[in-house]
Write a protein that binds this ligand. Structure first.
Ligand SMILES: C[S@@+](CC[C@H](N)C(=O)[O-])C[C@H]1O[C@@H](n2cnc3c(N)ncnc32)[C@H](O)[C@@H]1O
Length: 430
């Protein structure tokens, strides 16, 4: 256990200092397979509650720890998260972390850590009762506050506090798979199962009957309607969730991505699923489109690179590492990719734009601007009928009056919510 806690300290430090994703930090600090579940739970819980933990620690520290002792601060956050939110026995937390801090720093800092953690244990109930106010760091709150009112921000906050369930997209027979996996059939045909356990050990994984995909991520391709026999360019395709949907629906797909390693994952995924291999192109989409002279596509799916702020439920580090500048940077690239796409699309063809961002700069505003500057494109409103194939619950709230798809973490909250996604369907007209 102490091994996994010291790995967690390194991972947390890397995420917060280098502003990298948890998955990238985990690769750097390689977690032993037997520790993975505990380290995941510990780091993600700490990141979800970091604003409260920071406030409680700073109240008890007269001055900041010197830089060379910074690891003690990260260890303290993890220890506090275990005491407050994971119900680990207090003696186990104290022994383990005080020992760890002593090894990493010195006996004085360890003595201070011991005193802080004892206080946290003694004041646990009152901390939990009074910690309603803090959740989003200031910069992330600013991002939300620009686009959503106070009530919506409150509902987002409520929805992203807990570990999300796992959604899968099945090749066929979703009702049968829901029963087999003890899951819930979602209105779009996804199957929702409780998180936890090894995904690769679930029935249907090795046989390639399904792939992991949040319900929100599966909706844009449904909005395209019947794609059987259509020539579709999946512009930013890896790791291949939407390529798999398109292939499964009978489209003739070209999957393009800038990242060779992510395309390797796409190939492995499509091979596991036993779907026909698409044409695969590793290139910068902008270069590819600039030089494009071939037969034009019936549809282009542009699942553009974005701030990923819509995936906050499963990636709570996002609220600590993303800032407005990141959104502005991504929005510029998205505009370039959108503009470049038009030349490769045939007359009357469909451009489906989507992003897993909660920021309207990357979604609604991006498309309104595109339509102003491209008069020969019109918006094809997405309807609830496009995405609600099974009618088990209403999905009307996911469609805006303009006809955009805009999902938010609190949609279908009683069933476990969903990621935030934006999608718009555009047609190239004369
Ligand atoms: C949101 S992810 C795509 C997810 C994918 N569509 C799916 O459903 O699994 C965005 C992808 O865009 C790729 N990308 C980033 N910049 C690009 C560019 N200039 N041209 C092509 N692909 C790019 C990234 O490598 C990343 O795989």
């Amino acid at each position: 256990m102490s091994e996994s806690r010291s790995t967690a300290v390194l991972i947390l430090e890397n995420i917060l200092k280098r502003h990298i994703f948890f998955s990238e930090a985990k690769n750097r600090d390689s977690v032993a397979p037997q520790d993975a579940a505990f380290v995941n739970m510990l780091v993600l819980t700490t990141l979800r509650r970091l604003s409260v933990l920071k406030k409680e620690l700073s109240r008890r520290m007269k001055k900041k720890l010197p830089e060379k002792m910074a690891s003690a601060e990260y260890a303290l956050y993890l220890a506090m998260a275990e005491i407050l939110y994971m119900n680990t026995p207090e003696y186990a937390v104290l022994n383990s972390y005080v020992d760890l801090i002593k090894k990493q720093t010195d006996k004085y800092i360890a003595g201070f850590a011991n005193a802080v953690l004892r206080k946290i244990c003694a004041e646990k109930e009152s901390i939990l009762q009074n910690s309603g106010g803090e959740f989003f760091p200031q910069e992330f709150f600013r991002i939300l506050n620009r686009d959503y009112n106070k009530r919506a921000v409150g509902k987002i906050r409520e929805a992203v506090q807990h570990e999300p369930p796992l959604d899968i997209t099945v090749k066929k027979d979703p009702e049968r798979w829901a029963a087999r996996l003890n899951g819930r059939l979602m209105p779009n045909g996804s199957v929702r199962i409780a998180a936890g356990g090894r995904i690769s050990e679930l029935p249907g994984y090795i046989s390639g009957d399904w792939w992991v995909q949040d319900i929100a991520a599966s909706l844009p391709v449904l909005a395209l309607g019947d794609v059987k026999g259509l020539r579709v360019l999946d512009m930013c395709a890896a790791p291949g969730g939407k390529t798999a949907q398109l292939l499964n629906a009978g489209a003739e797909v070209t999957s393009l991505d800038i990242s060779e390693s992510r395309l390797k994952t796409l190939k492995d995924n499509i091979a596991r699923l036993g779907l026909p291999m698409p044409e695969i192109i590793c290139a910068d989409g902008l270069d590819y489109l600039e030089k494009f002279r071939g037969v034009k596509y019936d549809a282009i799916l542009l699942d553009a690179p974005c701030s990923a702020t819509g995936t906050l439920r499963r990636h709570p580090e996002i609220m600590h590492i993303k800032c407005l500048r990141d959104i502005e940077k991504q929005a510029l690239l998205q505009t370039e990719l959108l503009n470049a796409s038009v030349g490769a699309l045939r007359q009357n063809g469909t451009l489906l734009y989507c992003v897993c961002s909660i920021s309207k700069d990357e979604g609604e505003k991006q498309i309104r601007e595109f339509l102003k500057t491209h008069r020969y494109f019109r918006l094809l409103p997405i309807t609830e009928r496009d995405i609600n194939l099974f009618g088990t619950e209403s999905l009307a709230d996911l469609i805006t009056p303009e006809g955009f798809l805009r999902t938010l973490p609190f949609h279908l909250a009683s069933a476990g919510g969903m990621d935030s996604f934006f999608a718009a369907k555009l047609q190239k007209v004369a």
